[in-house]
Design a protein around this ligand. Structure first.
Ligand SMILES: [Zn+2]
Length: 273
């Protein structure tokens, strides 16, 4: 339905077929976990070269855990994984996982943890199995590091969010109305939609879902956050109103891009100030 969704996934290299039923060792970040049985888990891992891999971790839920998982199959654990990739029609297996970071600073603080859940959810939604995702892996791990040490968790989330949208090629272009060409400098508010690559004036307001109203200040903030220098970002702290107005624009935009509502979006009202 959305033409740019196709280009987003076509842009990445499809390596799924090359990855069938083979043993690989890779960096991996655990982004989801599901119970599989009384003793086993399915973990969803974000990997730099292989995209998202869902793998069965047998024995991971035993009271006496298997030493090869070192009790480290929690969400947000980052480490080295030994994986047997999925055979045709089957499920990948996780044989070993050795975590070297678990973002402990995030776990101790509920306001950071809540934002980390949204970051992991977005990372999961913006990747596909078998699609090379080095940039998304990098953005996600850097966002978690920043979230761990910043004094503005909301800023860390919004920076990641705008960057991952830009990375997927959906970054809106400002300045003039995408449809009629009118300059938008003087407009008090205009519209943005994932269905067009730019912003639209009031006369050209698009129909349908995923349309958000925004003002110049919010648009400027969006563009500034997309590719921030990390040094500057450490000092940056957005106000509650700024966070709220940007969240109000990014949420419908993202839902229209993905054509689904990410599960953590129910928390956004609380998280944006
Ligand atoms: Zn227009």
């Amino acid at each position: 339905m959305i033409a740019c969704t196709i280009s987003f996934f076509a842009r990445t290299v499809n390596i799924k077929d090359k990855l069938r039923d083979m043993q690989i060792k890779t960096r991996a970040l655990i982004i989801r976990r599901h119970l599989y049985s009384n003793t086993s888990l399915i973990v969803s891992m974000l990997c730099p070269d292989e995209g998202k891999i869902d793998a069965l971790a047998k024995g991971a839920r035993r009271a006496v855990k298997k030493p090869m998982f070192e009790n480290h199959l929690d969400l947000m654990c980052l480490g080295e994984a030994l994986i047997q990739t999925a055979p045709a029609g089957g499920l990948a297996r996780l044989y070993e996982f050795a975590a070297d970071d678990d973002y402990r600073g995030i776990r101790k603080d509920s306001s950071r943890l809540e934002r980390a859940y949204v970051i992991l959810d977005l990372a999961s939604e913006f990747t596909r199995p078998g699609l090379e995702s080095a940039r998304i892996f990098d953005l996600t791990t850097r966002a978690l590091s920043l979230l761990e040490r910043t004094n503005s968790p909301g800023t860390a989330l919004l920076t990641f969010w705008t960057a991952i949208i830009a990375e997927s090629g959906f970054s809106p272009v400002g300045g003039v109305c995408e449809s009629c060409g009118e300059p938008l400098v003087k407009s008090k508010s205009f519209f943005v939609s994932a269905h067009v690559s730019g912003v639209l004036c009031g006369n050209c307001r698009p129909e349908g879902a995923g349309v958000a109203t925004m003002d110049n200040a919010t648009f400027t903030l969006w563009k500034n956050l997309e590719s921030p220098e990390l040094k500057r970002l450490e000092l940056l702290k957005l106000g509650e109103r700024q966070m709220k107005s940007l969240t109000r624009v990014l949420a419908p935009y993202t839902i229209a891009m993905l054509e689904k509502v990410p599960r953590t979006f129910t928390r956004l009202g609380k998280l944006s100030g």
